[in-house]
Design a protein around this ligand. Structure first.
Ligand SMILES: Nc1nc2c(c(=O)[nH]1)N[C@H]1C(S)=C(S)[C@@H](COP(=O)(O)O)O[C@H]1N2
Ligand SMILES: [Mo]
Length: 223
């Protein structure tokens, strides 16, 4: 990663991080309501958008396909490293799901293509002690989730959206997709997946955002 510890980019980035941290401190957007998935389409406090906003730390790494790798490691029986060709050689699946961002927008009916979490788990085989997963990204971002949430039919490592390659601004070549949790759990520019025993907060989880992040019960912020 480039050294971005100084200059205007870092200034803007710091401001964005501080704003989102303040939201967490103030409990902004919380409605105190709950909604039922499958019955209502929008989780509480969300509104539908037709576009796809871009949110990140302001650094969008340019990961060339000939340099791209995905490493899956930690508490697994069979750690793997896939380059781009090896990743595409794994079984590919298609799925349609909604996404919900903690900044209150939701986007319906996104068509994804990629490698399913179920398949990845069948390859790497988590050890019994493995309880949590950490996604690591090429921009230095991290986010954590329970293995039980990763191990679900709608979770994928995606490289296509609406039939087109996932663009760089949305996390291409490959991002994680965990549609049942707020979108900050869906790491863009995915580089590594780590299996661990005890939960370990990621970037936003260390800055006031919820450890779990279920939109249906408005797990926006930690208390
Ligand atoms: N690597 C990485 N992944 C990330 C982020 C980031 O800054 N870096 N931001 C997260 C946040 S806060 C959100 S809301 C979504 C936004 O995804 P989008 O830009 O494709 O809408 O990406 C998540 N994944
Ligand atoms: Mo976000």
């Amino acid at each position: 990663m480039a050294d971005d510890s100084e200059g205007p980019i870092e200034g803007a980035r710091q401001k964005l991080i501080e704003t989102k941290q303040r939201w967490a401190d103030e409990g902004r957007l919380l409605t105190g309501r709950t909604a039922r998935p499958g019955v209502e389409r929008l989780p509480p406090g969300q509104r539908e958008v037709k576009n796809w906003p871009v949110l990140d730390l302001g650094v969008q790494p340019d990961v060339r396909l000939d340099r791209w790798h995905l490493r899956v490691y930690g508490l697994v029986e069979n750690p793997v490293v896939w380059d781009w060709q090896q990743f595409l050689a794994q079984p590919q699946s298609d799925d349609v799901s909604d996404m919900h961002c903690v900044t209150a927008w939701s986007r319906f009916d996104n068509r994804w293509r990629g490698v399913s979490a179920k398949y990845l788990l069948s390859v790497v085989r988590p050890k019994p002690e493995a309880r949590f997963v950490v996604f690591h990204s090429y921009d230095g971002y991290t986010t954590n989730l329970p293995l039980a949430d990763f191990d679900d039919d709608d979770v994928f490592l995606v490289h296509q959206w609406q039939g087109e390659p996932l663009t760089r601004e949305h996390g291409g070549p490959v991002r994680a997709l965990v549609p049942k949790l707020y979108l900050w759990k869906s790491a863009k520019w995915l580089s590594r997946i780590e299996f661990i025993a005890a939960d370990r907060p990621g970037f936003w989880e260390e800055r006031g955002y919820h450890g779990h992040g279920d939109p249906w019960t408005e797990e926006r912020y930690s208390d």
